[in-house]
Design a protein around this ligand. Structure first.
Ligand SMILES: Nc1ncnc2c1ncn2[C@@H]1O[C@H](COP(=O)(O)OP(=O)(O)O)[C@@H](O)[C@H]1O
Ligand SMILES: [Mg+2]
Length: 268
C-alpha cells in the first residue's frame, strides 16, 4: 500500500516585516523548510520539537490553511498543493485537526449537540432525522454520556472539552487526524486518559494520526514512529524505540535529556 500522505520538499516561509508606516520585508522565517516525509496508513507518527520549531506550521501546511512556499502535499494520490478550492474542501473531510485548546476550538454558544450536528448537516453525512442518534454515538465513542448533549462547553472539564473536540473531528469520518499538542493544556492526570482515547480510536477506526508535542515523553508511548523537528526541518526520523533508545542527532539527545529524571527512570 502506498503511504496515505506524502510530503515532498515542502516549505512554508513567512516574510518578516519591519518599519512603522512604510513596512519593508527585511527577512524570512523558514517555519517549514524542505520537509520530505511519508505517513503510512494506520500509523501514529509523533512529531516532536521545541516551541517555534515549526510543528504547527507543518500541520497547517498539510491542512492547506497556509499557502505553501514550495513542494507538494499528496493525500491518497491527490496533490493538495495544486488542488482547487472544491477539491480542498473534499480533502478536508479526510483530514481533521484537534488543537491544544478545546476552549478556543469550540464555539462557546453552541451546545455539544449543535457543535457535533453542524459538520454532519453541512456535509450531509446522515439524513436530518438520524442526526441525534449519530451525535449520541459520537459522544459514546469519546467516552461522554449522550445525556450531556444539551450542555455548553463551559459546563465541562478541560479533559471533557477535549473529548468533545475529538468527537467533532471524528464526525466526518476522516482518514487522517492531526492532533496539535492535544494534551499540552491539560492536567497531567488527564493527559494519559486523552492519549489512551486517541490511541484506541486510531486502532478501532482505522485512522492515521500525526500527533504533535513539544515533549518526547508524551509522544513516545503513543507513536509508532517519531519525527524530530528542529528549525523547520526534520532532523531525525525512526521507530519510537530507536529514537528513544538510540538517538542519533544531538538535538534528539537534548530532548531526551529534557525529560524529567523521575519519570525517565520509572517508565523506561
Ligand atoms: N502566520 C505567521 N506569520 C509569521 N511567522 C509565523 C507565523 N506562524 C508561525 N510563524 C513563525 O514560524 C515559526 C514556527 O512556528 P510554529 O509553527 O508555531 O512552531 P511550533 O508549533 O513548533 O511551536 C516561529 O518562528 C513562528 O514565530
Ligand atoms: Mg505549535
Amino acid at each position: 500500500m502506498p503511504p496515505i500522505l506524502q510530503l515532498k520538499d515542502v516549505s512554508t516561509h513567512f516574510p518578516v516585516e519591519s518599519g512603522f508606516l512604510f513596512k519593508k520585508q527585511t527577512g524570512t522565517v523558514k517555519a517549514v523548510d524542505g520537509i520530505t516525509l511519508d505517513v503510512e496508513r494506520g500509523e501514529v507518527l509523533g512529531l516532536v520539537g521545541e516551541s517555534g520549531s515549526g510543528k504547527s506550521t507543518l500541520a497547517r501546511t498539510i491542512m492547506q490553511l497556509v499557502p505553501t512556499t514550495g513542494g507538494t502535499v499528496v493525500l491518497e494520490g491527490r496533490n493538495l498543493t495544486a488542488a482547487s478550492a472544491g477539491e480542498i474542501k473534499t480533502a478536508r473531510r479526510d483530514l481533521q485537526m484537534v488543537f491544544q485548546d478545546p476552549f478556543a476550538s469550540l464555539n462557546p454558544r453552541l451546545t455539544v449537540f449543535a457543535a457535533l450536528a453542524e459538520p454532519l448537516l453541512v456535509h450531509g453525512v446522515v439524513p436530518k432525522a438520524q442526526v441525534p442518534a449519530r451525535v449520541a454515538a459520537l459522544m459514546e465513542q469519546v467516552g461522554l454520556a449522550p445525556r450531556f448533549m444539551r450542555k455548553y462547553p463551559h459546563e465541562f472539564s478541560g479533559g471533557q472539552r477535549q473529548r468533545i473536540a475529538i468527537a467533532r473531528a471524528l464526525a466526518l469520518e476522516p482518514k487522517v487526524i492531526i492532533a496539535d499538542e492535544p494534551v499540552s493544556a491539560l492536567d497531567v492526570s488527564i493527559q494519559a486518559q486523552i492519549l489512551n482515547l486517541l490511541a484506541g480510536l486510531v486502532r478501532k477506526m482505522n485512522l492515521t494520526m500525526i500527533f504533535i508535542a513539544h515533549d518526547l515523553s508524551v509522544v513516545k508511548h503513543i507513536s509508532d514512529r517519531i519525527a524530530v523537528m528542529y528549525q523547520g526541518k526534520i532532523v531525525e526520523l525512526g521507530s519510537a524505540l530507536d529514537i528513544m533508545e538510540r538517538p542519533q542527532h544531538p538535538y534528539t539527545r537534548a530532548l531526551i535529556s529534557a525529560i524529567p529524571r523521575v519519570e525517565h527512570s520509572l517508565l523506561t
